[in-house]
Design a protein around this ligand. Structure first.
Ligand code: MSP
Length: 576
C-alpha cells in the first residue's frame, strides 16, 4: 500500500525534511552489486575487505534533550548487527555520536540558561550513560564539536569550493529551527507553520554558499539504477528515485551570522549548515583528509542506519557530496520506521516520550533490546505499549527460552551428577533436532544481511520451541525411571548442545542473558570470542563439563510493574 508523494519539482533545499511513509514488508533480499564510476577501491583495500571489515554508523543525535526510545532503537539495532558481525569474524567499526551545532541546540541551551557547550556536555553524558546501560559496544563516539571533526568539515568545504561545487549566492525562504530545515512558502501549513513539526517558521533572506546538488541528479540516478540495494528497504529506494527524478536544486549550505556552528573556512561571517556538518561525521571519525589510518581500512560504510525521516539527507545529499569529493559511496543506507505511542510519533511536546533508561532500570537491557528488535520488522513503524512489551518478553524469553534452561539444568543435576552426559547412538528424533540447529547459521546470515532482526530472532525462538518439544517428547525423566540412563543422557546432551549453540546466536541481541546462560551451561570460554563458524559446530560440547544452575535468567514481569511509581520518573511514557 503506498501513498503518493506530491512534491513540487522546483525546489530544494526545502525538500530536506519532507517525509512520506510507505508500508512495506521485509521480503527483499540480495547482495550489493558494486561497480561503476564511484566505486573506486584500491586493490590493497579490496584485500582488507575480503578479510571482513564492517563499518556501521548510527545518525549523530541532537543534544537538545535527553535520549528517547527512537535514539535507543537505532543504536540497539546497530549494536546487535555489530555483535553479530564480530561473531562472524569481521573487524567491526561501529560509530555513533552527537550532533551539537545549529540554532536548535543554541535555543535549547538558552532556555536552560546554559551555554551550548555546557548543554552538549550534559547531554553527551546522558547518551553515554544510556549506551552503557544498554550494553552498546560502539567503537567510537564522535561529537561534531570536536576538533578532529571540525578540521575535516573545513577540509571538505575547501575542497568543494576549490572544485567549484560550492559557490556564493542568495537564499530567500523559510526555515524551521526545530527541524533545522528549509521550506518553500507553498509548503507551509497555514502560511506560517512548518509542515513537519507544525511549529512557526522563521523568514530567511541572506547571502549563502550553495552546493551544486543539481549537477548530481543524473549521476545519482545512474548510481541508484546500478545499485538497487543502495537504499533499503526497496520501497524507500523507490521513493528516493522518484524524488530525485523530479529534479534537484542547488542547496544552501551556510547560515549567516549563526554563532553556534563551524565557521565557513572561506568566509567567517557564515557557518556551515548543520546538516552538512553532521553528515561529514561518517568520514571525519575515520580521519578522512587527515592522516587517519582508519579511513582506508573501513571506508566505505557498509551500513548507515537512519530513521525514515532523515533518509533523503543520507540517500541524496550525502552521496552527492561524496561524488563531488570523489569518494566511494556507502554500500547501504537502511531506513527504519518509527516507534509510536498510541499511533503518534513520540515527541516531547506531545508528552508521550518513552524513557528507555527507565525501562532498562526496571527490567534490564535485554528485555528492551529484545522487544524493539523482535516486535516489529525493521523498517516498519511500531506501537510501543506496556502490554505488548510484557506479553512479548514473557512469552518468548521467560516461557520459552528461560524455561528451557530452567527445566534442563535440574535434569542434568538429577540424572547426570550435574555434568554434561556422554551421548550415545542417535535416533531420527535427535537427527531432526540437530538438522534444525545446523540450518540456523545460514538462515540467520540471510536475515542479518537484510537487517531482518525480527525474523532472525523468530527463527532462533522457533528452534528454542522445537527443543522444548523434543525434551517433552523424549522425556529423559521417564527414560531414567525405566532404567534407560544412556538414552536419557543422549537426550540431555542434545538439549545442552542445542542450547550452547543457540546461546551464541542470541548473544548479539541479548548480551546479558546470553552471558548468564553461557555460565550456567558451565562454559569456561568467553562467549564474545565464539565465532559463527567453528563454535557452532554440532558436537563441540565436551561431556563432563559441570553445569552451574543459577537464578532464572529471564524472570516473568507484570504489566503493573510498568505503572509503579519510581520517584521523579514515575512512568516510562508520560511525564517527561
Ligand atoms: N542530528 C540528526 C541526524 C544527523 S545524522 C548525520 C537527527 N538527530 S535526531 O536526534 O533528531 O534523530 C536521530 C534519529 O532518531 C533519526 O534517525 C530519527 O529517525 C530517530 N528517531 C527519532 N524519533 C524516533 C521514533 N519515535 N522512533 C524511531 N526512531 C526515531 O535527526
Amino acid at each position: 500500500m503506498s501513498r503518493k508523494i506530491s512534491l513540487p519539482n522546483i525546489f530544494l533545499p526545502q525538500f530536506l525534511l519532507y517525509t512520506h511513509h510507505l508500508e512495506f514488508s521485509e521480503s527483499w533480499r540480495g547482495e550489493v552489486d558494486r561497480g561503476g564510476k564511484f566505486d573506486r577501491i584500491s586493490s590493497k583495500k579490496k584485500e582488507k575487505k575480503s578479510m571482513g571489515k564492517f563499518y556501521l554508523t548510527t545518525p549523530v543525535y541532537y543534544v537538545n534533550d535527553v535520549p528517547h526510545l527512537g535514539h535507543a532503537y537505532t543504536t540497539i539495532a546497530a549494536d546487535a548487527l555489530s555483535r553479530y558481525r564480530r561473531l562472524c569474524g569481521d573487524e567491526v567499526f561501529f560509530l555513533t555520536g552527537t550532533d551539537e551545532h545549529g540554532s536548535k541546540i543554541l535555543q535549547a541551551a538558552r532556555e536552560k540558561n546554559l551555554s551550548p557547550h555546557q548543554l552538549a556536555d550534559q547531554m553527551v553524558g546522558e547518551f553515554k550513560k544510556l549506551w552503557d546501560k544498554l550494553l552498546i559496544s560502539y567503537s567510537d563516539f564522535i561529537r561534531t564539536t570536536e576538533t578532529r571533526h571540525i578540521r575535516v568539515v573545513e577540509n571538505v568545504f575547501l575542497e568543494l569550493y576549490r572544485k567549484g561545487d560550492i559557490y556564493k549566492g542568495k537564499y530567500s525562504g523559510w526555515y524551521c529551527i526545530p527541524c533545522e530545515s528549509f521550506w518553500l512558502e507553498s509548503q507551509l501549513k497555514d502560511g506560517k507553520l512548518c509542515p513537519e513539526c507544525k511549529r512557526e517558521v522563521t523568514r530567511l533572506k541572506e547571502d549563502s554558499y550553495f552546493f551544486r546538488l543539481s549537477k548530481y541528479q543524473l549521476p545519482l540516478l545512474d548510481y541508484y539504477s546500478k545499485h538497487p540495494d543502495f537504499v533499503l528497504p526497496p520501497t524507500r529506494m523507490n521513493e528516493v528515485i522518484e524524488f530525485v527524478k523530479r529534479g534537484l536544486r542547488d542547496i544552501s549550505i551556510t547560515r549567516l551570522n549563526l554563532e553556534w556552528g563551524i565557521p565557513c573556512p572561506v568566509d567567517k561571517s557564515h557557518s556551515v549548515y548543520v546538516w552538512i556538518d553532521a553528515l561529514i561525521n561518517y568520514i571525519s571519525a575515520l580521519g578522512y583528509s587527515l592522516d587517519g589510518k582508519n579511513f582506508p581500512i573501513f571506508w566505505p560504510a557498509d551500513v548507515h542506519l537512519v530513521g525514515k525521516d532523515i533518509l533523503k539527507f543520507h540517500a541524496v545529499i550525502w552521496p552527492a557530496l561524496l561524488m563531488a569529493l570523489g569518494v566511494e559511496l556507502p554500500r547501504m543506507v537502511f531506513a527504519h520506521g518509527w516507534w509510536m505511542v498510541k499511533g503518534e510519533k513520540m515527541s516531547k511536546s506531545k508528552k508521550n516520550v518513552v524513557d528507555p533508561g527507565w525501562i532498562v532500570d526496571k527490567f534490564g537491557s535485554d528485555y528492551l533490546r529484545y522487544f524493539l528488535l523482535r516486535e516489529v520488522p525493521f523498517g516498519e513503524d511500531g506501537n510501543f505499549s506496556p502490554s505488548l512489551f510484557v506479553k512479548r518478553v514473557n512469552s518468548d524469553l521467560a516461557n520459552d527460552l528461560g524455561n528451557l534452561l530452567n527445566r534442563t539444568l535440574p535434569l542434568v543435576i538429577k540424572y547426570s551428577q550435574g555434568k554434561v552426559p556422554r551421548p550415545g547412538k542417535s535416533t531420527s528424533e535427535d537427527e531432526e533436532l540437530r538438522e534444525k540447529v545446523e540450518k540456523l547459521p545460514s538462515s540467520l546470515a540471510d536475515f542479518m544481511q537484510r537487517l531482518s532482526f525480527s525474523q532472525a530472532l523468530a527463527s532462533i525462538l522457533e528452534a528454542v520451541r522445537s527443543t522444548n518439544l523434543y525434551l517433552d517428547r523424549c522425556a529423559p525423566w521417564r527414560l531414567a525411571k525405566k532404567g534407560e540412563r544412556q538414552r536419557a543422557g543422549t537426550v540431555l546432551y542434545n538439549v545442552l548442545e542445542t542450547m550452547r549453540i543457540l546461546t551464541i546466536f542470541i548473544f548479539p541481541f541479548l548480551p546479558q542473558g546470553a552471558e548468564k546462560i553461557w555460565q550456567q551451561l558451565g562454559m569456561q570460554t568467553d562467549i564474545k570470542k565464539q565465532t559463527i563458524g567453528e563454535s557452532v559446530n554440532w558436537g563441540t560440547l565436551s561431556p563432563g563439563i559441570e553445569v552451574k544452575k543459577g537464578e532464572p535468567v529471564f524472570p516473568r514481569i507484570r504489566e503493573e510493574d510498568f505503572y509503579e511509581t519510581q520517584g521523579e520518573t514515575s512512568t516510562p511514557a508520560g511525564d517527561s
